[in-house]
Design a protein around this ligand. Sequence first.
Ligand code: G2I
Length: 470
Amino acid sequence: MAAVSALTAAAVAVVGLAAPAHAADPVLRDLAAAKGVYYGTAVTSSKLSGTYGALAGAQFDSITPANEMKWGTVEPNRGSFDWAGADRVVNFAEANGQRVRGHTLVWHSQMPNWLANGSFSNTELRTIMTDHVTTEVTRYRGRIDHWDVVNEPLNEDGTMRGSKFYNQLGESYIADAFRAARAADPAAKLYINDYNTDGTGPKSNGMYSLVQRLKAQGVPIDGVGFQGHLILGQVPSTLQANLQRFADLGVEVAVTELDIRMTLPATDAKLTQQKAEYKAVTNACLAVARCEGVTVWGFTDSDSWIPDVFPGEGAATPYDAGFQPKPAYYGIAEALGWTGDGGPGDPGDPGDPGDPGDPTPTTGCAVAYAVQSQWNTGFTAGVTVRNTGTSPVNGWTLRWTWPSGQSVTQAWNATVSQSGAQATAVNAAHNAAIAPGGSVTFGFNGAWSGGNTAPGAFTLNGAACTAAVS
Ligand code: G2I
């Protein structure tokens, strides 16, 4: 796939210009490809330009139109089709070497009014449905990797959801939709897709039984999609085991609509937890051989359905609304094997135990020494000690040697003692800690005669500092 790599490199270069991404940020699609999975995102077709388009093209190797392929969008009036948004997404994907997840053919929601409110005989409704599947799948034949043929067929208790199709046609609507899709594009992988089936439980059990029944009837079903609309702190611990038990039925699995929402405002602690949870979901897919990939439901918080539907909640995606990568993005990258550092966009890092991206901590100091006033036998000096390393200093001893016989007579903000020509300053209780990049200051009065040359060298806790004298 040399052509795809070249396109990726070109797209990354565009991001460097268009978005304030960090130079060393990883490319999720490349990491995913190296692990044998895809990483996808849902997109909004009208936004596929500028920074949004550059990131969608550069970072992901699969895209799903969030709304553009739904029945209500493509056939708003019976027999009159609007493929503009869907075409835009498919063309974008091809230009960026991406696969497309088609979403979705038969769903109880976002149906056109003529269909939702129309009255049809059972036979007529079945034909309307299979014609729709045939028309849409045929239009994109050979260009769609996976189709969500039937979306959200279940109730929370695992029974069949009462929808227009189910109510009139019974469960056989599912088999008919899959058969029509297979006939229209034999190469596309055909999925059934639902939410709240991510962990084991009644709804997941209902899906499991349904897939067993479909397989037993010889229905051409290739995969099961787990939407993954999750809540911070409630990622199911059974996710991996659940994906595995479906895979063991002889189908592919995928996480198809991942987002992890939180109560706003987003704090560093919540974003750090979200990082761990994105990482865990990605790891669950990687651990299941038949898990094909993960798709996030919008890659930026500016393009997420959550705030509209759950007021007061949000921050559910891997990039913030200004297209800056969030800790979640680095969590995905780390699950995919990346070992770099997330830098300033990654508050979970450094200091995140076990994070392979953390740099090795460094130590270092800089001392500024200044004589503030001087009289016939005495002087007053100020000393500022800066921590130029990346690890905190907890308790400090600063030493220097007087070049011309001076001595310290009285000090503040440190305890200073002297032995021969060597002075030793030890922190006071209140300034023992020096954070990375931080500094402390102390002062003293000294005695001199003959000369008052400033000390040229200092050590902090035994290590040499750079010195500036004024
Ligand atoms: O609800 C989240 C997802 C659950 N699984 C199936 C997905 O298809 C579904 O996606 C969402 C889209 O992300 C939303 O963007 O489906 C919603 C509809 O159920 C979409 O919302 C709709 C709004 O309800 C409309 O008012 C709006 O015109 O998006 C439309 C286009 O922006």
